[in-house]
Design a protein around this ligand. Structure first.
Ligand code: ARG
Length: 656
């Protein structure tokens, strides 16, 4: 039984006669922040009192007259202005633990009414290697999938690969013009990546060359404005605060433009300073147009481009698959954008027929009241867009799986795209399907700017994982060497542990931040043996296992034995309370798709275990019965940690 859900159920009954909207009040029942207020606290008497004009303490009394929780809580107490403090009975806690002890699912039942979720995550553009930006979508999406599945929902995880866009036009153009045959034979993906970067560099160069005079002109214009406003201000008798503010804003704009200008100049300089590149740039001066043309040819079914695409795609996918294998990421389907290509024309026709889309300046657009700009579904030249594919994808998903919810785990910069998409899709398809953009912030370097290599490229994901494992090996080695009775791990074991610790650290660091915020990537922080890290939690798990090893405990025998759990010491009770709360935390994670609620929970659990371990001797407990009870608590802690980490896609190790 999940205490929070049960409390909400009981309050629902108690509030029925007191409020017209009990549901909103149920959210005000929360785990207590401080143990002195009990285990849970209900704050619903305050808003109710406000509504009815009664003192909240009296309202709280009335609630308590209706509330029956006597089968699992102690007598509720009213505190302060009208808080209701609730404390679970020890006997009830022990019953829960006893049930968990024999249950592989730790007493967590599957939901009564499962829903069907399609989760769109990872979804990289495949013609380029995965970089640090892909980590967030991949691990957040994977954690949500795992948790939803564990709770009994039907999940279809879908890697919506970008396998059909301009990036293929880029490598096709690159391959036709700059290919180095032997390099391609040796390491095809390395060569394709080189081609991609080369073409991208040349396109950026051409764009920079065009941008340069525009930016220079803009700066000039703003400077003229600035000079004029300064003169006006000097001429004015009194100081005008608003004018001063405008001056500062103008100065700010100019500073921004100047830094954009230096970036443009730098791009131009890289090519200009390199004779070979310079020659290529001159020779391929319309490369951006050519790339669009190659992409259009591919989409139009041109035999040569189609053949090249079919040759490149499996190679690119294998490269990405390597990362997924390392990170233990699986998908149910990976159709990718190309799968929907032959549906796009029909989608546009349907949108037109239903009156949602219409022609505007030669393009086909859906106009939306909430947005200034329309969603374009077919360009003037006939090309379809990212949005068209997304609409076709929604239609396919609806037809194939009839989902209740479709989630898109995609970074926050695409939020406008998704707002428009959801609005169109809801008008076009089933208005009841729930869409959610599970958006997230940027990974920053230690300098607080988007995490880039020295040369300004996004940091490659594989290199990042390799480095994490190297650092983890240092941590594991130092820890093992420092053991009072000598090191325990063989070099091979150390390596294996380092892999679990390194990958776990990267995933956990990402998951433990509120997904909508940016976070700073730091190996040092993410592998701390203290603090909110996977390493600390994995270490707690290993500690449990080491108790069992030292005591030579037969864990299966212990679980099956008649030994009772008792909660005499406060540290035992606090730990027990955390153990039984996993179920409610998992439900909360799915409310707003926030895996960080689970990392916070695991961190708290590990801290409580550590306090318990300091205060309560286990193998040296006073009596055999007490030792057994504490061993059972250790076992449940270990299993709860392992389960929680597994639901985040993170492994545990027996020794560290
Ligand atoms: N491939 C896209 C990108 O890299 C992300 C796709 C997200 N999913 C979707 N259905 N639009 O930006």
């Amino acid at each position: 039984m999940n205490a929070l859900t049960e409390l909400q159920q009981r309050f629902r009954l108690a509030l029925a006669g007191l409020s017209d909207d009990p549901e909103s009040l149920l959210e005000m029942i929360r785990p207590a922040q401080d143990a002195k207020f009990g285990d849970y606290q209900a704050n619903c008497a305050m808003p109710l009192g406000k509504q009815s004009g009664q003192p909240p303490r009296e309202v709280a009394e009335q609630i308590l007259q209706q509330l029956d929780v006597s089968d699992f809580c102690l007598e509720p107490e009213i505190a302060g202005p009208g808080f209701i403090n609730l404390r679970l009975q020890d006997g009830w806690l022990i019953d829960q633990l006893t049930e968990m002890r024999h249950d592989e699912r730790l007493g967590i039942a599957a939901v009564g009414e499962p829903s069907c979720l399609v989760i769109d995550y990872s979804s990289p553009n495949v013609a380029k290697p995965m970089h640090v930006g892909h980590i967030r979508s991949t691990v957040i999406g994977d954690a949500i999938s795992r948790i939803a599945r564990f709770l009994g929902h039907r999940v279809i995880s879908d890697n919506h690969l970008g396998d059909w866009g301009t990036q293929f036009g880029m490598i096709i153009y690159g391959f036709k013009h700059f290919q180095q045959e032997d390099a391609y034979q040796r390491e095809p993906v390395v060569e394709l990546t080189r081609l991609y970067k080369l073409v991208q560099g040349l396109i950026e160069y051409q764009q920079a060359v065009k941008q340069l005079p525009v930016q220079q002109q803009q700066i000039q214009d703003f400077e003229d404005q600035l000079a004029q406003q300064r003169a006006e201000q000097e001429a004015a008798e009194s100081v005008d605060k608003k004018a001063a503010k405008r001056l500062r804003q103008l100065e700010g704009r100019i500073a921004d433009l100047r830094s954009a200008l230096s970036a443009t100049e730098a791009k131009i300089a890289t090519v200009d300073q390199d004779e070979a590149l310079n020659a290529l740039a001159a020779e391929h001066s319309d490369i951006d147009q050519q790339v669009l043309h190659e992409t259009a040819q591919l989409h139009a079914g041109d035999a040569e481009n189609r053949r090249l695409w079919e040759e490149f795609l499996p190679k690119c996918r294998a490269d990405i698959q390597r990362v997924y294998d390392r990170l233990d990421i699986q998908f149910d389907v990976e159709y990718g954008e190309s799968f929907y290509d032959d549906r796009l024309a029909t989608v546009v026709e349907e949108l037109e027929a239903s009156g949602l889309a219409r022609e505007s300046e030669g393009a086909t657009c859906v106009f939306l009241d909430e947005f200034e700009t329309p969603m374009i579904v077919r360009k003037r030249d006939g090309a379809f867009l990212y949005a068209t594919t997304d609409l076709a994808t929604i239609q396919y998903r609806m037809q194939t799986w009839q989902p209740d919810t479709i989630l898109y785990v995609v970074d926050h910069r695409q939020s406008e795209h998704f707002q428009k998409l959801f609005s169109v899709a809801q008008q076009w398809q089933d208005p009841d399907v729930k869409f959610s953009h599970v958006s997230f912030g940027t990974v920053l370097g230690e300098d607080g700017r988007p995490f880039k290599t020295r040369s300004g490229e996004a940091v490659g994901l594989e290199g990042l994982l390799d480095e994490a494992i190297r650092k983890a090996l240092d941590v594991v080695t130092a820890n093992d060497d420092a053991k009072p009775n000598g090191a325990e791990l063989s070099p091979q074991q150390r390596q294996e542990v380092a892999e679990t610790v390194g990958h776990g650290a990267i995933k956990y660091a990402d998951l433990s931040h509120n997904r909508t915020s940016d976070y700073v990537f730091s190996y040092e922080k993410m592998m701390g043996l203290e603090g909110n890290t996977a390493t600390y939690i994995q270490y707690s798990y290993a500690r449990v296992q080491s108790i069992f090893r030292r005591g030579e405990i037969d864990v299966d025998g212990l679980r099956a034995s008649f030994a009772d759990i008792s909660l005499q010491h406060p540290a035992e009770r606090t730990l027990a309370l955390a153990i039984v709360q996993l179920a409610e935390v998992l439900e909360q994670v799915l409310e707003d798709y926030r895996p960080n609620l689970l990392t916070n929970y695991l961190f708290e659990l590990a801290k409580r275990f550590s306090s318990f371990f300091e205060a309560c001797p286990v193998l040296k407990a006073d009596t055999e019965g007490l030792m057994q009870s504490r061993l059972l608590l250790c076992d449940l802690t270990g299993r709860t940690i392992a389960r929680g980490l597994q639901l985040l896609g993170i492994g545990v190790v027996e020794m560290m």
